[in-house]
Ligand binder design. Structure first.
Ligand SMILES: [Zn+2]
Ligand SMILES: [Zn+2]
Length: 144
């Protein structure tokens, strides 16, 4: 299933004018297999274990393209850094570990009360929200 997705992503990149190279395949596979949000340098370091000739510029370009195509999303951390993650399907919220970058998605929130109150106070018609929580995952809590 991952390899089918990996091919889809590579085909999307190719349709967007990128050559399919070993470097791109390694980057795509890393992003697809990761349950953590990864920063560009992290991706670079991990991908070079698979393919030492990889260039950092390719990492940045590939991330840019994948983000523009909506296949990955950029998540922001409280320290101002950002990392990349496979895009979530439909309406989901993110819970992100500030220590290791592990990401869990959840849905089933009830924001209607808050949303109604904000709407009343501001006169806005609220159409959409985006929620990202930060915390420390169970594994990292053991080492705190
Ligand atoms: Zn963690
Ligand atoms: Zn929601």
């Amino acid at each position: 299933m991952i390899s089918a997705l990996s091919n889809q992503w590579l085909q999307a990149l190719q349709a967007d004018g990128c050559r399919i190279t070993r470097s791109r395949k390694v980057i795509v596979d890393l992003l697809l297999n990761s349950d953590r949000a990864l920063g560009p340098i992290e991706i670079y370091d991990l991908a070079r274990k698979e393919y030492p000739a990889l260039g950092l510029v390719t990492v940045y370009r590939t991330l840019e393209k994948l983000e523009a195509m909506g296949l990955i999303q950029r998540v922001h951390l409280p320290d101002g850094c950002h990392r990349y993650l496979r895009s979530t399907q439909g309406h989901e919220h993110l819970l992100l570990c500030t220590q290791c970058g592990k990401v869990v998605t959840f849905s089933g929130d009830d924001f209607s009360k808050l949303s109604d109150r904000v709407s009343q106070n501001t006169g806005f018609l609220i159409q959409e929200h985006w929620l990202q929580l930060f915390g420390v995952c169970p594994d990292c809590r053991k080492h705190l």
